[in-house]
Write a protein that binds this ligand. Structure first.
Ligand code: SF4
Length: 306
């Protein structure tokens, strides 16, 4: 592949394999509590798109608990004392501070997490409409205190097409995303963007169009996450799908689409993921996405000669 995958980029940047720790900020989501909308994005499950995160504890307790899980999974490769981790806040909207107290709590949480010697980088998942000046100020401070540790903000865009954004009830228009990218890049934050391929009503060309657009943003984004639409039990999209089923890609169709998407992206964008792995227990469709190993192998073959 012309582009680097995340694991490759991390190894080059930190000189070692870097593991991901799933953390929780305790934030909710403005697209659920009424500030931007009610009910959330139609594909989002109760877990706020971060099904594997730990319950809310102090940063030290969370890091310890997440490390135990990760270290047990990868026991022998690197001595525990030398391991590096990314503290990854994915579920819900992790810059959603509704008052000065919540802002202060987030400031402490992220600063304390970043201070830990084993934490190499901080990754904060959020919405582009949740980056007011005080949050940008907090992010700027985090960068200034430990400039050697990158801070990433992951924005859930999913699509550039407004008709789909309305249909999935994303709750903000594209110019809000564009401003967020400018604001974040101006203060030295690395921006990673999530895209969902296979949203209802979108053609293959429209999906590639979203990725093509992301390959050309000014300023440039740093990374991209591609994932297949997953219909999860308990979501509004599951109801919609039951009442009026829409086409779901086969694994082969999805891999071919990802291949075409990679071809419209520049060389220097980092690919954070090519497939999603949502909770199997909630998965309605596509059923192939429950077999992670098979999906990864098929994807690897599909893109290996790019
Ligand atoms: S913004 Fe994120 S957490 Fe909120 S409803 Fe949409 S996907 Fe779920």
């Amino acid at each position: 592949m012309r582009q680097k995958m995340l694991s490759e980029m991390l190894k080059e940047r930190f000189g070692t394999k870097v593991y991901k720790l799933s953390m929780t900020s305790g934030c909710t989501c403005p697209n659920r509590d009424g500030r931007s909308g009610f009910g959330g994005c139609t594909f989002c499950s109760e877990g706020g798109s971060g099904e594997f995160a730990a319950p809310f504890l102090s940063p030290e307790e969370q890091i310890q608990a997440a490390r135990q899980r990760v270290d047990a999974k990868f026991p022998a490769r690197i001595p525990m004392s030398e391991r590096k981790y990314i503290a990854y806040f994915q579920a819900f909207t992790n810059t959603y501070a509704r008052n000065p107290e919540e802002l202060e709590r987030l400031r402490r949480l992220y600063a304390q997490t970043l201070q830990r010697p084993e934490i190499a980088a901080l990754s904060i998942g959020t919405r582009p409409d949740c980056l007011p000046p005080e949050i940008l100020g907090m992010l700027r401070e985090l960068r200034a205190v430990q400039p050697e540790k990158p801070v990433w903000v992951e924005l859930g865009l999913q699509t550039v097409h407004e008709k789909t954004a309305e249909r999935i009830r994303r709750g903000y228009p594209l110019p809000v995303f564009e401003k967020a990218v400018r604001d974040l890049k101006e203060i030295g934050i690395e921006v990673i963007v999530h895209v969902i391929l296979g949203l209802p009503g979108e053609s293959r060309e429209e999906m590639i169009g979203t990725v093509r657009y992301l390959g050309k943003t000014e300023p440039a984004i740093d990374g991209i996450k591609l994932q297949q639409l997953q219909i999860l039990r308990g979501t509004q999209m599951a109801d919609e799908f039951r009442k009026t089923p829409f086409p779901i890609m086969t694994l082969e169709e999805y891999c071919a689409l990802v291949r075409d998407c990679l071809q419209v992206l520049p060389d220097d964008i980092v690919i954070h993921r090519l497939t999603g792995d949502g909770p199997k227990s909630l998965l309605i469709a596509p059923l192939w996405s429950g077999d992670k190993k098979h999906v990864l192998n098929t994807m690897r073959k599909a893109v290996s000669d790019l």
